[in-house]
Structure formats: structure tokens, C-alpha cells
Design a protein around this ligand. Structure first.
Ligand code: GCU
Length: 613
């Protein structure tokens, strides 16, 4: 009897381990934000560095905002009532920094700071009685406690996805203020966890907007071409507000579409538009349609491209034709300022380097990049792999870690599922082959398919040598069963032997699926020239690429690649004082924006592939 009870207990625990929490099915993210009525809160925010979280906890480590103590908590932005009143902080008299923007690149003392910084912004609003108001953050790394006119709105965890809170009832007609407690401390139960190979840029790293909407507005919509029916545009429209049952129209002028719909009692309408022959989006023809959705109480515009993406055997089919993904990896970092890249201009700078490389594809590693990066890539004709930071040694058996990863996945997909150039959702990077990890990541893959069944699912896996065959490398990770594209990272010739080892390798892929190399690369200090065997020289990096590309070119099942990485990037793990100096030097472009020799080796390979067609 006892054994049965224990078995039942284990079954109950394991099934609950990965149950999605009630919030994970309810997503109130407002999408297509850049096309809405916005009041920008970007600009100078006062900040207070708070390593002991003295503005959040009292001396007994009790959160001020839970014990309702408005005297000590920085969230209330309290002013001394008179000369007898002691207040031990003052935002207005504290320094300011520019938001969006990480603190590491703006304040030298905070270059390596990990902990809490408080931010405060005053702003005036002419409040309209028939409107609703939402406070929107493009991203805050890593944990944000948000307060509006002294009231707590909530907490967001995850440093790379957007979130919003309704503030209609708290907004004053006139003066308002926002206080945000940002904590970028790394945590073992975090997503990512404590060890990453990128700089832990903390702060309000993307745009902050006050979104003004009608009482009932179009909160979200999805419009995509059916992968199996080139003439069918399908998706949904989701209203938010009391007047949920409405008539609406979707107008796509360039396609002569004027589609009528009606939302049901939950403000939701399924969309199925029988379209004529469409001008399909592709890297060669990144055509975007002007979309206008009108309901009785709202109008929303967007630019959306239509294309199909699928796998067939070992091919990736874009609009029904096999495509080779000529890619490169990017971090979301502007090397010239050594900070988070958050603007359209920075996206253009980085993506132009990719276009000049003759790329048709980019892997936005290792976390969702800002929306400008995705939309700019879409306009430029660059296909995109997006990824959540389920990276290396995540706590696979921790329920709150799983819910955190799930939440970041949902926010990424909901934000970008109308972007035609996004073709792959990646569940993570270089994760160990264990039962717990397979369960964790396969659940994420299942949810990704629920939210958006139109794209391919992948993850950057690892390779291993075949037993007793030191030069036969295998990619047969059991997680591959849940993926559409088999992707893996390999560093033969850098972390594993010398570059000429590449010519000895045989590959065995455990699945009859398209294979994409999600990473390969070698470091070089730009301007350091020596012979091709001298590590850290540009010549060595170029030789590495030559040998790698000879090897890759022979593998017919490989349908794409994103070498690591477009640009040198900051990392606290790269300490060599001459060759690294806290930079990972695997970039094909240096931290000063100079192209290294290897850049041209890869470009030549891509030119040949493109002309091979
Ligand atoms: C890994 C990892 C990257 C890292 C790279 C490197 O594959 O995915 O995040 O930067 O190797 O070692 O440079």
C-alpha cells in the first residue's frame, strides 16, 4: 500500500512539475506597439544604486511595499514634509541616465555591477476620460518591480521580452511618476542561469511607452499564410474592452482584400481570408502588405509579409522551394558603445554588416532581441531564428524556472508571430542530454506549436564522438525528435583540435531532418597578423573558416549555418589581457567595426552558394 502511495505521490509531483501555471495561458501583452498612440517615456531617468536593496526591505528584510510602509520604500518617492522630516533618499537630487540604455555602458562604476538600481521618471499627461492607458516596457533586465504614482503595478522576470500594465485608474491628469526597481543579479533558478558568455547588461534596456487606447481596442491579431494553402490567410483578432461583440473589417488594399468579421463575446474572431495570388515575402523580395484592421471602436495598422515555411525530408522550403540559410549569429550589442543595441539605427548598423556578408538569415542569439531588430531584418530580407535564453545549466527540475522560460517563450512568440522573416523558434542553446531537460524543452516546443503552428522549432544542440571512432561525429540528441530542424554547435579546430582536423571528420545525423549548424567559430584580435597556425591572428581565424567551410560544403544534409559570430562582443568570461580583455573575439567584425580577413572567406563561400542555384 505504502509503495502505491509513494508511486502516486511521484506521479502527481512529476505531472505538476511542468503544468503550465494559469498565467501561462493568459497573455495580455499588447502587440504591434510601434503602430499605436504612444507617449514616450524614453529620456533621462534619475537613478539610485542600491546594492543592499535598502529601498526595498526594512532592517528585518521585510519588503516595504508588502508592509505598506511608505516612509522607507523608494517606490513612494517621498519628499520631506518639513525640515524636521528625515528622508534618506532623493531621486531628484540623484544622477540621471538615458533610458532605454543599460547602466553598465553609461556609468563607469556600474560596468560590472550586478544588483539593484532604482529608476524614476516624472511626466505630464493630458488624460482623456474616454481612453485607457497602459505602461509598456520593451524589456528590463532582469527583474523589474514597477510602481506608478506610488502604487505597485507588478513584477516582471526575464530580461529580453516586453510587458505592460494597465494604469488607467492610477493615471493623473497632469503630473505622474514611475518608479522601477531593476535587479540584474544572476540566479541559479533564472533563465538564463548564472553562467552565460555575454555581458550582464542591467537596466531598462528598451523603450518605455505609455500606450493610449480606446475603451475597447484591438489588443492583438495574428495574420499568416496557411503553410499548406497559398491562398489562405488565417489567424485571429482579439479585442480588449467591454464592447466585445463588434463588426470589423480587414483591408489589404494591394491584395484587393476587404474582409468582414465579427468578434464573439470574448472579443475574439477567427480569421480565414481566401486571398488571390499574393506577392510572397522572401529575402529577394521582402514585400510587406499594408494591413488595416477596423472595428466599431478601433483602427490598427501594420505591415505584414506573407510566405510559407516548411520542412520536407532534409530540405527547408521557403514558399515551396528549397533554401540554404546563409547566416550569421548576432548578440544584441553595439560594440562601438559596448552596450545593449536597442534602436532601429543600431539594428541597421549590425544587419548591414550581415547583408554585406551576403547573408539571407541571422540567428538572434541567445535571447529575444528588440523588436526593431526583427522588423528591420524583415524589411531587409533577412530570415530570422529567435531564441529564449534556456542556456547551458538551467534548473530543469524547478517549476518556477520552467514557468519563467514558458513566460519568456510566450512573450517572444506573441510579440513577433506576425513577422514573416521569423522562421525558427529556438527552445535554447547547448543544454545537457538528461530526462529532465528533454521534458522541460519538449514542453516548451509543444507550447510554441500551440501559439504558432506555422514556424519551425529548433534548438542549438551539441555533438558527440561515435564510440571507438574518434573522427566520426554524431548529432543524435533525443531532443531532436521534437524539433523540425536539427541544429548544433561545433567548434572543431578551435575548442577541439586544430583547423586541419576538419578534413578528417565524418558526420552522422540521427534524424532524417534538415540540418543547420547553429554555431562554429574561432577568435582573432583584429590587426594581429601572423601565420595561419598562430592562434588569435586574423590569418588563423581565416584558415579556421577555410577548413570549416571545406568540411561543411561536403555535407549535403546541411541546409544552413550561422557561424559564431558577426561582431566581437563583451563577456566577463574572456580574460586574456591582450587578445580578449573582456571581449569574446570570435567576431568577423571587430569591436571597432573593422572586418577581419575571415569575414571575406565566409562572404566568398556565401557568394558561391548563392550563385550555385
Ligand atoms: C558556445 C555558446 C556561445 C559562446 C560560444 C563561445 O557555443 O553557445 O554563447 O559565446 O560557444 O565559446 O564563444
Amino acid at each position: 500500500m505504502r509503495r502505491l502511495a509513494i508511486l502516486l505521490l511521484i506521479l502527481t509531483l512529476s505531472s505538476s512539475l511542468y503544468s503550465q501555471n494559469e498565467n501561462s495561458t493568459k497573455i495580455d501583452l499588447i502587440t504591434n506597439v510601434i503602430n499605436r498612440n504612444l507617449i514616450s517615456l524614453d529620456g533621462r531617468w534619475n537613478y539610485i544604486v542600491d546594492p543592499y536593496e535598502n529601498g526595498f526591505y526594512d532592517y528585518r528584510r521585510r519588503p516595504y511595499d508588502e508592509i505598506g510602509d511608505r516612509t522607507g520604500g523608494f517606490y513612494s518617492n517621498r519628499k520631506p514634509a518639513d525640515k524636521t522630516d528625515r528622508v534618506e533618499y532623493d531621486f531628484e537630487l540623484s544622477p540621471a541616465m538615458t533610458i532605454p540604455g543599460d547602466w553598465n555602458s553609461q556609468v563607469n562604476e556600474l560596468k560590472l555591477y550586478e544588483g539593484t538600481v532604482w529608476f524614476k521618471r516624472d511626466f505630464d499627461v493630458k488624460k482623456k476620460s474616454d481612453k485607457r492607458y497602459f505602461l509598456y516596457f520593451g524589456a528590463v533586465n532582469y527583474e523589474a518591480h514597477v510602481y506608478f504614482n506610488g502604487k505597485k503595478l507588478g513584477v516582471h522576470i526575464g530580461g529580453f521580452t516586453p510587458f505592460n500594465f494597465e494604469v488607467t485608474d492610477l493615471l493623473e491628469d497632469g503630473e505622474n511618476f514611475v518608479v522601477v526597481k531593476v535587479d540584474n543579479s544572476r540566479r541559479f533558478d533564472g533563465v538564463p542561469t548564472v553562467n552565460t558568455d555575454w555581458w550582464n547588461y542591467g537596466g531598462i534596456t528598451r523603450d518605455v511607452f505609455l500606450i493610449e487606447t480606446n475603451a475597447t481596442f484591438i489588443r492583438d491579431c495574428k495574420l499568416q499564410l496557411n503553410n499548406n494553402d497559398l491562398g489562405m490567410i488565417e489567424g485571429f483578432v482579439q479585442l480588449d474592452g467591454a464592447k466585445d461583440e463588434q463588426n470589423g473589417t480587414i483591408r489589404i488594399e494591394e491584395a484587393n482584400i476587404n474582409y468582414k468579421f465579427k468578434t464573439g463575446s470574448n472579443g475574439y474572431a477567427t480569421i480565414k481570408i481566401r486571398a488571390g495570388k499574393l506577392n510572397l515575402w522572401s529575402p529577394e523580395n521582402p514585400f510587406l502588405y499594408n494591413i488595416k484592421i477596423e472595428t466599431e471602436t478601433d483602427t490598427l495598422k501594420d505591415k505584414i509579409g506573407f510566405r510559407t515555411i516548411a520542412v520536407k525530408g532534409t530540405d527547408i522550403l521557403l514558399n515551396g522551394k528549397p533554401v540554404f540559410l546563409r547566416g550569421i549569429c548576432l548578440h544584441e550589442e553595439n560594440p562601438l558603445k559596448t552596450g545593449r543595441a536597442y534602436s532601429e539605427a543600431e539594428a541597421l548598423m549590425l544587419l548591414n554588416w550581415a547583408k554585406e556578408l551576403n547573408c539571407n538569415y541571422v540567428r538572434l542569439a541567445h535571447y529575444p532581441h528588440n523588436e526593431y531588430m526583427v522588423r528591420t531584418a524583415e524589411k531587409m530580407g533577412l530570415l530570422v531564428w529567435e531564441e529564449i535564453p534556456v542556456y547551458w545549466t538551467i534548473q530543469w527540475e524547478n517549476e518556477s524556472t520552467f514557468r519563467n522560460a514558458m513566460n519568456q517563450l510566450e512573450e517572444m512568440i506573441v510579440r513577433d508571430r506576425n513577422r514573416a522573416n521569423v522562421i525558427i523558434w529556438s527552445m535554447g542553446n547547448e543544454t545537457p542530454v538528461t530526462e529532465e531537460r528533454i521534458r522541460f524543452m519538449s514542453k516548451l516546443a509543444e507550447r510554441a506549436r500551440e501559439l504558432d503552428g506555422s514556424r519551425l522549432i529548433s534548438a542549438a544542440l551539441e555533438v558527440h564522438r561515435k564510440e571507438n571512432e574518434p573522427f566520426t561525429y554524431m548529432v543524435d540528441d533525443p531532443l531532436g525528435k521534437y524539433l523540425d530542424v536539427l541544429s548544433f554547435n561545433e567548434y572543431i579546430g578551435w575548442y577541439d583540435g586544430k583547423p586541419d582536423k576538419c578534413s578528417k571528420i565524418n558526420w552522422e545525423f540521427g534524424y532524417d531532418k534538415p540540418v543547420v549548424i547553429s554555431e562554429t567559430g574561432a577568435g582573432a584580435l583584429q590587426g594581429y597578423n601572423a601565420d595561419s597556425l598562430t592562434v588569435w591572428s586574423e590569418e588563423h581565424q581565416a584558415y579556421f573558416y577555410k577548413k570549416q567551410l571545406e568540411m561543411i560544403g561536403k555535407q549535403k544534409q546541411i541546409k544552413g549555418m550561422t557561424p559564431w559570430i558577426l561582431v566581437d562582443f563583451r563577456s566577463p568570461r574572456r580574460q586574456h589581457p591582450v587578445y580578449q580583455n573582456f571581449w569574446n573575439r570570435k567576431g568577423l567584425v571587430s569591436s571597432s567595426g573593422i572586418k577581419k580577413k575571415a569575414y571575406f572567406v565566409l562572404k566568398d563561400f556565401y557568394d558561391k552558394i548563392e550563385n550555385r542555384k
